[in-house]
Design a protein around this ligand. Sequence first.
Ligand code: C2E
Ligand code: MG
Ligand code: MG
Length: 718
Amino acid sequence: MMRFLDGTATARGAPLILVVDDDSTTRMLLRESLEAGGFRVEEATDGERAVERFADVLPDVVLLDVVMPGLDGFETCRMLRTLPNGIGARVPIVMTTGLDDIESVNRAYEAGATDFITKPIVWPILAHRVRYILRAAQGSDALLRSEERLAEAQEMALLGYWDWSLADGVVQRSDALLRMLGVSRAEFARDSKAMFARLDRDDAQSLVVAHEGATQYGEPFSLEVRWQHPDGAVRILHEQGAVDRDATGKPVRIHGTTQDITARRAAEDRVRQLALYDPLTSLPNRRFFNEQLALSLAHAKRLTAPYGVLVLNLDRFKRINESFGRGAGDDVLHEVALRLERALRLPEFRAQVAGAAASVNLARHGGDEFTIGLAGLAEGADAARVAERLLELIATPMMVEGQETVLHASIGIAIYPTDGEDADALLMNADSAMHLAKREGKNTYRFYSPAIHARSSEKLGMENGLRKALERDELVLYYQPKSCAITGEITGVEALIRWDHPQLGMVGPGEFIPVAEEAGLIVQIGEWALHTACAQLAEWRAAGFNNLTMAVNMASPNFAHAGFVGVVRAAVAAAGIPPERLEIELTESAIIRDVEATIPMLRALTATGVRLAVDDFGTGYSSLAYLSQFPIDGLKIDRTFVREVATRPEAAAIAKAIIAMGRSLGVEVIAEGIEDEDQASFLRDAGCHTMQGYFFGRPMSAANIESRLLAGMAAVGA
Ligand code: C2E
Ligand code: MG
Ligand code: MG
């Protein structure tokens, strides 16, 4: 035990000396002289008592007479050294022997004594002698302890060391090294060359080369090797060697460390995984993709080959999250990632669509956006085939929370070098192209063209322009006729907003409504549209068209606004129209965004007598059962179904189901976006009440509607 070290003795008071001697005079003299020197003293009269006393008092030094009856000094020393728990292992034991008794000095050392004092004792220097012995013991104990600590630290750091003498070829290895390698000293001694077989073949080769460099040229080395541990696992070891030279500069000794860095490497890999991969889909993330893209572009540059960058963004992904929750949204992203990855990895796919030499990088760039890099394109147009194929893949129905759902995406394509020379430019341009694809109807792809750029910087100027548009009266409402499916008579119109921009001409709502929502201008714009539409209806009523209804679109910030019902009531009152002649169109997704809050508001709205219609029905993934909770009067089947009723049986089935359901709920079913006779007759036969679309009339100015009304019929074709 080391309790007498590092000042513990002083903490307990003076160091304690156990004096063991059968002669009482000697004991008394020793006590006096030691106490005078500042020590405390305990006595034992023989060996047996010394062993007993020792455990009780735990002395800092033992002074032990050699010649005693019973146990002699040698025996006593041996017993003290082997006391249980090693309590006597390190205490300095000083034997007192006769001056000429060299034989007993030797025996004393063999028995484990620390030092000896010759008799007759020189009393004046006894205390000094004991103090030196004590100090030396403390010093060596401290050294021992620091060696132990070092060994512990090395063990913890999985660090072993070795020392290779070139003169005789002997290699010393630390215990920690042997434990780390799982090989005993004896095994090394038997055949140290065989140990190379435990190394990975290439690594063994590298190590041999490093050893040669060190032994012949004195070069230090540092390398990693893979070691087949006898327990079967492969460990990664870091070998580091330094060289000592003699006076002539010749290497004489190589020494170094071996460290097991397997765990550290695994942690680093994990960090790398986290830094470079998306945890949700396990695809490379934006950072990794950008790094790879830079490399791929450098390669494409050398080959002077085109390189395609695709940005793929899911359409209306927000609705998935809103309708099914984020967990389902995550599942969808995962599924999409899987589909993309599987397809792009297939050599057949690549050969078929992108040219045999194609290689592909795929990443999730964040949110619902994926990026794809296509190398080895024969020409830029090949990227279009890839995009088409990916759109098809994504549109294959998938199950979301037990409901079959069809997802779409929009893809933007930029081709190196025409659309950009570096990664940033290509990604930015592919992104603009993707936004163009969204604007132009979604579920499609677009190539980048410099003209898009002009458009997107227009958008930046749009927000400011929009603020002024209200003051300058640049907003206008167009009206699209809605006709009775049976009589063909115009029963109402839908007000559709436009911005008569001084430079850009007529700008459609698809381009500025989202900007208005972001800029917080939508509430004001909605209010303007309501008042304008109601006033227009009042004018037409005054001209004798009393049976018309006016439909006005409202964005979700409009009706999420606390004063919304009041605003509607005020518009109706100001125009002096019957409330049931006004119909508010809310999109399905806006309603189900926050059903709890929306339902009371919708009830308050319908309580004013105003009608309510669900717009773009079928795109919001709301279940049909949901619908019966809402106090609605009309249901507008989304254009995407109408477009395909005559050509795609699934779309026809969906349209029929929506119509049947709407009829059973007793609401008016309106089909919008009807463009030809086939669609019109299908929907009429299926039981749709009201028809709207270019086939019956495009959105037009109030004056043009008036001429239509005056003509007294809905002219077919527009
Ligand atoms: P929506 O309410 O679903 O309006 C129908 C859109 O389809 C209109 O586009 C209309 O011009 C177009 N359309 C009608 N018939 C056909 C057809 O046969 N074929 C094709 N391809 N398209 C047809 P528009 O006017 O560009 O409006 C787009 C959307 O902007 C509207 O969709 C509506 O959600 C929104 N919107 C329009 N006016 C307002 C408004 O005053 N306030 C708000 N918040 N949103 C508005
Ligand atoms: Mg509408
Ligand atoms: Mg619509």
